[in-house]
Design a protein around this ligand. Structure first.
Ligand code: GDP
Length: 426
């Protein structure tokens, strides 16, 4: 069967930890969208890792890690990441790369930088990993599929053709140096040699795996609010972050996805620009940022301080609904133990009206948070294994959130480690 692990909000909800944990029982873990622009932080018996392209199940020797066709594949970064984990003692992972995945080209990264520079104060806060130019080219049908690396004639012709258009933009829009087609071809030959041993017809592989009764995990990057269709457009990412897209980005039938585990963090954080209704500032935000996650809320890829806010029931209810949630994993709850009272955003006030439905972006920009305060539990809950052993106010917080979002919280994460998890039977 297939399970998806996805985010309800802006990303950084703790999907990496939940995937790493669930991968213990899984055979295959697939990344189905996004690229090296976001990171998952994982703490396990080998140490602490920030993964960008590799699926979070890569630390077990029984799992196969797959880069699906939906991913923006940065080939040198993928292999750098493999070397990094192996150098820290992780067994050499079994990796497969879809022959239909497309390649992040060196010029995608440059175009991302140049465009952000050009936009100046109107920039998107891109991580400059080339993701938006990559997906633009994919849908403009001038991207390079992994399979195309193995057809020299096609490759040469396409490199020449693509350089022609790219160079016009480089010269006239950005006033930057042109791409040399021979050098680009050389780079693609290097990419071909690196990726060759791992290339696979992934949808066929997964089809056969399903027939054999294997368990497959689809690992999402970012969260619902960064989805290009259902998120806070245009401050979104360039590929769908929804579990439904897992079927496409991995190449499995949609009806095979039996469980959608949506990860929600016990408070909010976001990176990049865009409306963030429950955002907090100043010392209140600094303290939550310092205490948050595992060693502070700073981007796994960029090191940027994350924007902080209280739990947003409106955004999370919407985030869970669009994912098609069967289970909520509620994470980083331990961090809130320092608060006397815990503010929660339970509704938005938009143009004088109270709503609990998440609006489109223009209205979202006008939304003000309606805040309720719940009593804190004022103690450390790490190490607790049974739901009943959590302090009463902590359980009340969980149950309050569960009622507001309307999806069952079946897992509560009370620490960054694999075993810091409390299951609830629902
Ligand atoms: P992802 O992109 O959704 O995988 O999330 P990130 O890895 O960016 O952020 C989650 C951060 O929280 C990481 O530093 C994790 O190690 C940490 N983390 C995950 N779950 C918990 C938890 O229950 N408690 C604490 N304290 N940290 C957690």
């Amino acid at each position: 069967m297939v399970k998806a692990v996805v985010g309800a909000n802006w990303g950084d909800e703790g999907k990496g930890k939940i995937t790493d944990m669930l991968a213990k029982e899984a055979d295959i873990i697939v990344r189905f969208q996004g690229g090296a622009n976001a990171g998952h932080t994982i703490v396990n018996n080998y140490g602490k890792f920030a993964l960008h392209t590799l699926p979070s199940g890569v630390f077990y020797d029984h799992t196969t890690s797959i880069i699906g066709n939906g991913v923006a594949l940065n080939i040198p970064l993928l292999f750098k990441e493999v070397q990094e984990i192996v150098s820290k003692g992780v067994p050499e992972p079994k990796i497969l790369v879809s022959d239909r995945a497309q390649i992040v080209m060196p010029y995608h990264i440059l175009f991302d930088q140049y465009e952000e520079e050009r936009l100046g104060k109107n920039s998107f806060g891109s991580t400059k990993s080339g993701i938006a130019p990559f997906y633009s080219d994919k849908y403009a049908k001038i991207g390079f599929q992994v399979s195309e690396l193995f057809d020299e004639e096609l490759l040469q012709e396409k490199v020449k053709r693509v350089c022609e258009t790219k160079n016009v933009i480089l010269e006239h829009l950005y006033h930057k140096p042109a791409i040399n087609p021979d050098e680009l071809l050389e780079t693609l030959h290097e990419y071909r040699d690196m990726v060759k041993p791992f290339v696979c017809d992934v949808s066929l592989y997964l089809h056969n795996a399903l027939k054999e009764g294997k368990e497959i995990l689809l690992e999402g990057q970012l969260g619902t609010l960064k989805d290009p269709d259902h998120g806070i457009y245009p401050m979104v990412t360039s590929s769908s972050t929804l579990a439904a897209y897992g079927a496409i980005g991995a190449g499995v039938p949609p009806y095979e996805i039996k469980q959608v585990i949506t990860v929600c963090k016990a408070y909010s954080s976001a990176v990049g620009a865009g409306a963030f209704v429950s955002e907090i500032f100043g010392e209140e935000a600094d303290e939550l940022r310092r205490r948050g996650g595992d060693g502070g809320e700073f981007g796994a890829t960029t090191g940027r301080p994350r924007r902080m806010g209280w739990f947003d029931c409106v955004a999370s209810k919407y985030g869970c609904r669009l994912q098609g949630t069967t289970d909520v994993a509620f994470t980083v709850l331990d961090v809130l133990g320092y608060l006397d009272e815990i503010p929660v955003c339970t509704a938005y006030k938009v143009n004088g009206e109270i709503t609990t439905e998440f609006p489109t972006t223009a209205l979202l920009e006008k939304a003000e948070p309606v805040i309720e305060k719940l009593p804190g539990w004022k103690c450390d809950i790490r190490g607790i294994k049974n739901y009943e052993d959590l302090p009463e106010n902590c359980r009340k917080y969980i149950e309050f959130v569960e009622e507001k979002i309307g999806y069952p919280i079946t897992m509560v994460s009370n620490g960054p480690g694999r075993d810091d998890i409390i299951y609830r039977n629902k």
